[in-house]
Design a protein around this ligand. Structure first.
Ligand code: CTP
Ligand code: MG
Length: 233
């Protein structure tokens, strides 16, 4: 790649959080006194290389979310019915000069800056797509109903997190081609035949999906605060 690359990020945050149980859309639920989305955006802003940041919010909440994130210099757009729609809508709002894009789930609101930086670095090194990964600690079975039909070799499996990073042109092509059932952006890029590389993920980049995840997130933050306080002195 020639010339300086311009990095932007999109944050799909328009989901309802059905698995979290009744309440506000997931990105707007409270965690240590602030909405999840504020934690997520702050985490991305810790990486100084990210310029434009676009958040896809639930359509009825766009104005509230803009106010909520006023201090973080973000653009807020309405998301769509599926995550893929929200990513596509947010991507379309990125300025033309952005050529490297991170896609980061608001639900992975405690991602450490080191993971964000590792993804950006791998993009600068020329990767078309980058995903942070962790080894799989459970044994994973293939089933047919209640019958086990196979066991996957977990040594070659990885659990995938966000932010995922892409050359913008590749990600836009992937979303234009789309494929139903894809559960992440890298899947769409892989379907094009583009190479996706891995970088080490982090336990703290876990996704808040079920109520127990919120308990874990509160605990992680409770441990972080005294540490940050110490650094500040
Ligand atoms: N997301 C989105 N637009 C949608 C659906 C999901 O922007 N139509 C976002 C969510 O806000 C979240 C990320 O995609 O940050 C990952 O999705 P997931 O964890 O599944 O969140 P929800 O869809 O909100 O949760 P659930 O599936 O339990 O309803
Ligand atoms: Mg969902």
């Amino acid at each position: 790649m020639t010339g300086a690359s311009v990095v932007g990020a999109v944050v799909p945050a328009a989901g309802l959080g059905v698995r979290l149980g009744p309440g506000a859309p997931k990105a707007l639920r409270g965690l240590a006194g602030e909405p999840l989305l504020v934690h997520a955006v702050r985490g991305l802003r810790a990486c100084s290389q990210i310029g434009t940041l676009v958040v896809a919010a639930p359509a009825p909440d766009v104005e509230d979310v803009s106010r909520l994130l006023a201090a973080y210099d973000v653009l807020v757009v309405a998301g769509g019915p599926q995550r893929q729609d929200s990513v596509r809508l947010a991507l379309a709002a990125l300025p033309e000069e952005v050529d490297l894009v991170l896609v980061h789930d608001a639900a992975r609101c405690l991602v450490p800056p080191s993971v964000v930086e590792a993804v950006v670095e791998a993009l600068h090194a020329g990767a078309a797509g980058v995903v942070p990964v962790l080894p799989v600690s459970d044994t994973v079975k293939q089933v047919d109903g209640t019958r086990v039909v196979g066991t996957l070799d977990r040594a070659v499996l990885r659990a995938v997190q966000t932010p995922q990073g892409f050359r913008r042109e590749v990600l836009e092509r992937a979303h234009a081609a789309s494929c139903s059932g894809a559960t992440d952006d890298a899947w769409l890029v892989e379907a094009l035949g583009e190479v996706v590389r891995t970088v080490p993920g982090d336990d703290e980049a876990f996704k808040i999906t079920r109520p127990l995840d919120l308990v874990l997130a509160e605990a992680v933050l409770a441990l972080r605060v005294p540490l940050e306080g110490r650094h500040g002195r």
